[in-house]
Design a protein around this ligand. Structure first.
Ligand code: TXA
Ligand code: MG
Length: 312
């Protein structure tokens, strides 16, 4: 890392593709390995809260409550950027996304790097994000020299991205730390990412196609819509697969299903692995709508993108 290399490493959310954040050439190598558009900024990862002043020119001290509550953890704060952070990292913005991962292997890696680490998710641009070292290998073999295997990611979707540079904190990307949890700690209004509550300025990256499986994917409003779609695809000679909450597998009547888990945390942890599995063994993915509350809403944010907004 210190010599300008690129390394894939585990975090509690998804695997990241790391480069020294102070080294523009190393950062460009990350964009090249992913095939990522240069106008989509990278998050800077730190080993410890003590390192935050290395990357930001300062922030409102009321947000220290968030840092105390959720960092290390699956929260990224968008803060004013310090000038030592190159344009390659921030895509020329005057802000920088800052995150402190909590996974043990990820934290030890970051501490050993001894520099802030710019890292996007370790997938090819537009593909499903990786939650195991095997997922990284499938996308990155031949493109990067090293993957650190820390096992399965415990959270399973990317961090919540919260912009704290304006009057009101704004969730640019929903994640396991929800707008409700943030508002609870800060005791101020938070603009959530959900359409009905707010008109959020989206994170630059959110406009791109994302999380796309290699096959068709659709969101079904409930299990009966999923089963009807399944039957139609079978009749066309296709090979569909339903992704649903574990409790709904018993309603499947023999249709091929991947059980996502019992509760929201488990569903969140398993979703990307389920999409990775399904794209290998099926040619049409039908995902049950998991609802619009809490972490399930954050998971659906990703699934709706995987489906390209298609609903039945
Ligand atoms: O959990 C995560 O955040 C993972 C792990 C590896 O830490 N990283 C990740 O990075 O998801 P990436 O590059 O796939 O997504 C970063 C998102 C993008 O939507 C990007 O536009 C947004 O964060 N972002 C980064 N810096 C920003 C900034 N200064 N202002 C607004 N959005 C920013
Ligand atoms: Mg990504």
């Amino acid at each position: 890392m210190r010599a300008g290399g690129v390394v894939a490493f585990p975090t509690e959310t998804v695997y990241g593709l790391a480069a020294n954040a102070f080294d523009p050439q190393a950062v460009r190598a990350v964009f090249a390995a992913k095939g990522r558009p240069a106008d989509n900024p990278l998050i800077v990862h730190l080993a410890s809260k003590n390192d935050i002043p290395l990357v930001t020119s300062g922030y409102d001290k009321k947000y220290d409550a968030l840092i105390a509550a959720f960092m290390p953890g699956p929260l990224t704060l968008v803060m004013p950027r310090k000038s030592c952070i190159p344009d390659e990292v921030t895509a020329g913005l005057d802000t920088v996304g800052v995150r402190i991962p909590s996974s043990p292997v990820g934290s030890r890696f970051l501490a050993a790097c001894k520099v802030p680490v710019a890292a996007p998710s370790a997938n090819l641009s537009t593909h499903i994000s990786p939650t195991t070292a095997e997922h990284v290998y499938e996308d990155m073999k031949g493109r990067i020299p090293l993957i650190i295997d820390g096992g399965e990611c415990s959270v399973g979707i990317e961090s919540t991205v919260l912009d704290i540079t304006g009057e009101t904190p704004v969730v640019l990307r929903p994640g396991a730390v929800t707008a409700e949890m943030i508002a609870g700690v800060l005791n101020v209004d938070v603009k959530a990412h959900s359409g009905k509550v707010i008109a959020a300025a989206p994170a630059p990256g959110m406009k791109y196609k994302h999380y796309a499986p290699a096959c068709d994917c659709v969101v079904a409003s409930d299990m009966s819509a999923a089963l009807a779609c399944y039957a139609e695809r079978l009749a066309e000679g296709r090979s569909p697969m339903i992704l649903c909450r574990s409790e709904n597998v018993k309603k499947s009547g023999g249709a091929r299903c991947i059980a996502l888990g019992q509760d929201d945390a488990e569903v969140c942890r398993n979703m990307y692995a389920a999409l990775h599995n399904a794209e290998k063994i099926a040619d049409y993915i039908i995902c049950e709508d998991l609802g619009d509350k809490g972490v399930a809403a954050s998971v659906m944010n990703r699934v709706n993108k995987a489906a390209g907004g298609k609903r039945i």
